[in-house]
Each structure stands twice: as structure tokens, then as C-alpha cells.
Design a protein around this ligand. Structure first.
Ligand code: MN
Ligand code: MN
Length: 356
């Protein structure tokens, strides 16, 4: 009897065992358990399909973390019932229900995508628990967020990659609430560590590629739905959320991979010679890149939360070295860190700069 009650207490508290050997409990926490400086609203839930930290004040997850490779994709049909209230939450927590979202104008946005758990019916059903769901605008959920989910599927199925994914939202001090309970994020973010099949945290090096995106929970129109436009750094997401991600990666490697914008790095390596100077700057930057001179490009400058601060079209000019250039006036934008994306129909260049 005594052992029974000890076991019962252990089971009850299993989700809150932060400290000891948690990674051994779950492949989904292979990169570490993201923590911020206030543990009181971080309720850890570990399932066979994913792990998450739940916020009982916001009534959504702080973050959801999951392993992804081609073995998770299968052929079971999509779960067809209503979204499911999560009865594994403590009794004193509010349990979000399907109807809290009804007629709100927001989609029930999966963090772990339904298609990413289609090996068994039970796996797929688990993605419909409302602790895995975040209010997303229809165009974010169905277009921009989806574009990166499709890239994950492609990397797993075509390139045999093994991904470690973490996703969540950024919330203002007084977020909008659906049915007075479910907090609506200002932006949604995702971090994807890209490894080869079978690799684990010990295999991460300073060369490991990491995709990080921050997407505003707003309206997207054609031409603005490509996930690459919202690429940022893990550092920027850590700053916006207060969480330390990839905490089980050795500190020196963590510092390197968290400060790289994979998209701009890749485009830089691909195109050779995307430069921006002076950086930091006060009023004016020049961009030199190996795109086509005298061609019209659209130029988008957005802050690290994904808010657009400047957007225009311009024709590149040819400089003395034979590269294309743009001169951009940044006098009218606030001090801060920015991403700049330059695109034509077939080319995309991205980099970051500081205004001070
Ligand atoms: Mn979705
Ligand atoms: Mn970190």
C-alpha cells in the first residue's frame, strides 16, 4: 500500500521533474529543457509524441519541442473529431476546449503538425490536444507557417534529415484572449536544428545548420508567405521570449549556432559577396551583392519580431567592381536590429544590420 502511494505521487509529479536526467526521459528534449527566469508558469508535459511547457496564466504552451524524421510520417488518416481538452493538466488549471476558438477568427494552429504524427492513430490524435494548439490567423496557419512545415517534410523525406524542432509564441503584457481565456500570440516562432538521420546533441558542431523564424500573427498576402522572409537567429528568439533554447549544446557551440541566420548565411555562401556597410549605421547603408544590375528588386526591412518597418521597390545599380548595389536611407527607422530581404522573381538575398 505504501509503495503504491509513493508510485502514485511519483507519477503525479513526473512532469515536473526538471532537474534529473530529463533528456533520458524523452527524445523530444534532446536539445535541453528551455527555461526562463520564472519557473512558476512552466508546467512540463512529456508525451511519447512531443514535450511541452504549459503556461496556466496564458492558457497556451510556452514552447513545444519535438523530434522529427521520416519515420514519424505515415499514412493513418487525419483525426476527425473535435480538438481535445487536455485532461492531463492539473485540476486547478483551465482546460481549453474546442469551442473556445469557435467564431474567433483565429485558426486552431497545430504546433506539432498533424501530418508530422501519422505513423499511428494515437500519434495523430495527440496533435489535436489543445495544449499543442495556438491561435493563428488563417493566412499565417494555412500559408506562411505551412510553408516551413512543408520544408521540414521535404528535409525529412527527401534529404533523410533528423530535425529537433521547438515552437511557440511571443505574447504582450496584456494579450488578446479568445473567449476570455486563450491568449493570442503577437508572433509565432520556430527553431529547427538540422541533423542527419540518427544524430544527437553530441553530434552538433559550429557548422550545424539551424533555421529560426519569427512570423507576425497577422495577415499575409501573396508574395509575403515564404518562410525565408522571416528568418532570424535563435538569439533573437531567446531575447523575445526570455527562454534559453538548445541549452544542452556546449556553450561555445551554442553561442555560434544561435547567432547565425541560416538563410542569410546560406544565401551568402551561395551567391558570394552579399555585403552591407557601414554596419552598424546611423542613417544610410549600402548593400553590395551579386544579383542582376538594373533589375527591380523588392526590399523589405523588418525588425526581429517580424514587423515590417520599411518596404519598397528599387532598381539595383552597377558599381565599379561589377557588382550590383543599393543605397538605402534608414534615417526614418528606429534604433535597433533589423533583417533586410532583397528579392526578385528568382533570387533572394537576406542579411541583418544594426541601426544605432
Ligand atoms: Mn497549421
Ligand atoms: Mn541557448
Amino acid at each position: 500500500m505504501k509503495y503504491c502511494s509513493i508510485l502514485f505521487i511519483l507519477l503525479l509529479h513526473l512532469p515536473n521533474l526538471h532537474a534529473q536526467f530529463p533528456q533520458a526521459m524523452s527524445i523530444h528534449l534532446e536539445m535541453g529543457i528551455p527555461l526562463d527566469d520564472n519557473a512558476s508558469n512552466d508546467y512540463l508535459i512529456i508525451r511519447p509524441q512531443y514535450a511541452l511547457s504549459y503556461n496556466q496564466q496564458l492558457n497556451v504552451a510556452n514552447w513545444i519541442s519535438w523530434n522529427l524524421h521520416r519515420g514519424w510520417y505515415g499514412s493513418v488518416p487525419r483525426y476527425s473529431g473535435n480538438f481535445i481538452a487536455d485532461t492531463s493538466l492539473p485540476a486547478e488549471f483551465y482546460r481549453v476546449k474546442h469551442s473556445d476558438y469557435t467564431n474567433s477568427g483565429y485558426d486552431r494552429g497545430h504546433m506539432v503538425r498533424s501530418e508530422e504524427r501519422t505513423a499511428t492513430d494515437e500519434d495523430n490524435r495527440s496533435t489535436f490536444l489543445l495544449t499543442n494548439i495556438m491561435p493563428q490567423t488563417p493566412t499565417l496557419n494555412q500559408q506562411t507557417w505551412l510553408s516551413l512545415e512543408l520544408e521540414c517534410e521535404r528535409m525529412c523525406k527527401n534529404d533523410n534529415k533528423e530535425l529537433f524542432v521547438i515552437a511557440g509564441g511571443v505574447f504582450g503584457p496584456n494579450p488578446k484572449r479568445l473567449n476570455t481565456v486563450v491568449s493570442v500570440p503577437d508572433s509565432c516562432w520556430k527553431i529547427i536544428v538540422i541533423l542527419d538521420s540518427g544524430q544527437r546533441v553530441k553530434d552538433i558542431t559550429s557548422q550545424t545548420r539551424v533555421i529560426a523564424v519569427m512570423m507576425k500573427n497577422g495577415t499575409y498576402t501573396s508574395g509575403t508567405t515564404d518562410w525565408k522572409l522571416y528568418a532570424t537567429t535563435v538569439d533573437a528568439i531567446e531575447q523575445s521570449t526570455g527562454y534559453d533554447f538548445l541549452s544542452d549544446v556546449p556553450k561555445p557551440i551554442q553561442a555560434i549556432i544561435e547567432s547565425k541566420n541560416y538563410v542569410s548565411v546560406r544565401e551568402y555562401e551561395h551567391k558570394r559577396g552579399l555585403e552591407i556597410y557601414p554596419n552598424p549605421s546611423q542613417d544610410h547603408v549600402t548593400i553590395i551583392f551579386e544579383g542582376m544590375p538594373y533589375q527591380t528588386y523588392s526590399i523589405d526591412i523588418h525588425d526581429l519580431l517580424g514587423h515590417s518597418v520599411k518596404s519598397f521597390q528599387s532598381q539595383s545599380t552597377l558599381n565599379a567592381e561589377g557588382s550590383s548595389t543599393f543605397d538605402i536611407d534608414i534615417e526614418d527607422i528606429p534604433i535597433g536590429a533589423y533583417s533586410i530581404v532583397i528579392r526578385s522573381q528568382h533570387e533572394l538575398f537576406a542579411t541583418q544590420f544594426m541601426k544605432h
